[in-house]
Ligand binder design. Sequence first.
Ligand code: HEC
Ligand code: HEC
Length: 353
Amino acid sequence: MKRLLSSVAACLLLATAAYAADPNPADLRQQAQEIFKPLPSTVPAVKGNKITAEKIALGKALFFDPRMSASGVFSCNSCHNLATGGDDNLETSIGHGWQKGPRNSPTVFNAVFNIAQFWDGRAEDLKAQAKGPVQAGVEMANTPGQVVATLKSMPRYVEWFKAAFPSEADPVTFDNFAMAIEAFEATLVTPAPFDAFLNGDDEALTAEARQGLQLFIDKGCSSCHSGINVGGEGYYPFGLIEKPGADVLPEKDKGRFAVTNTADDSYVFRAAPLRNIALTAPYFHSGKVWDLKQAVAIMGTAQLGETLNNEDVDLIVAFLSSLTGKAPEVTYPVLPAETGNTPQPVSQIIPVK
Ligand code: HEC
Ligand code: HEC
């Protein structure tokens, strides 16, 4: 009996040790405010690109227009579906000619706040980024010249470009195509319960989410995932302490090494922005992990050298779920009609025999 009692006591002790004490919300908020920032309540300003209503409307049309791809099949929204978390929920994206790309598609929601774009940060900002997928052979497989020819063939688009870039004599350019998309993307912000908490509402987070936030800070997750996007601000080796197996971290993709050509940057990636993470499975640049709990556990061993217990993982996931925000309401645009001059789509689909 005595033994039984003491083992029960030991269990209780263990159980309390496993859970972070319910933190005082005001103290926790103060700590969190030093690490994170709430989303702004208005459309953020973008360097070198004055955001106007006309630019946003044009950018929205371009974002949804599959005729920006060589095949006429893929729009930005194909892989960054605004109805499913701003990504495609595939391991790695499927693009031109049904090709499977090398990386998982990140969400476009809140991307405007990342210090640089792509898993390896190779595009400086969203206007630089937008030119990439259009030309990528495995994505939209188009050329700037063909995009401009397509746009100029539709009088409606020419009008919209004139309205969006009123001071320019020849506004239908590939640069302006990218500027308009950036303006639209700047509107894709998703205020979440976590923002309400940062702004002073204790009840915006459940007790579990608050404990998870405390753990996220205390365990050291926030040393890499910080700032307005809870990540997206710095570059770190994936496998800082312990390199995950090739099933999660395929050997071929060396991340930032391809950008900087520095040996130290082998397997270095941008600390992923974690807003809306509960909506954007599968996880990591490889898209190999479908379960958020598993992704958190892998981060524990790979980045912190710590095996997180199930309770801690659950609490951290409760916090991460409080980063799921309200998606902006986007009305599906009616796009300009093509004309006899519109270049025809090229398909390179191998017929099924
Ligand atoms: C075939 C699928 C596909 C299409 C089409 C596509 N993307 Fe992407 N997008 C991706 C993938 C995959 C990545 C990550 C690539 C990498 O990091 O190397 C990405 C990355 C991005 C990012 C960076 C986000 C971040 O967190 O770094 C933005 C922004 C983005 N795409 C916007 C667009 C826009 C705008 C278009 C249309 C002009 C577009 N994408 C078309 C698949 C696609
Ligand atoms: C040393 C820096 C560092 C630390 C510490 C860290 N992370 Fe990460 N995290 C990263 C990097 C880098 C990536 C991108 C990995 C890749 O390339 O797929 C990432 C990716 C993730 C992802 C997947 C994101 C996606 O879009 O697929 C999640 C979830 C995540 N981290 C959560 C956590 C949690 C929870 C902790 C603490 C237990 C943590 N991280 C600690 C750097 C870090």
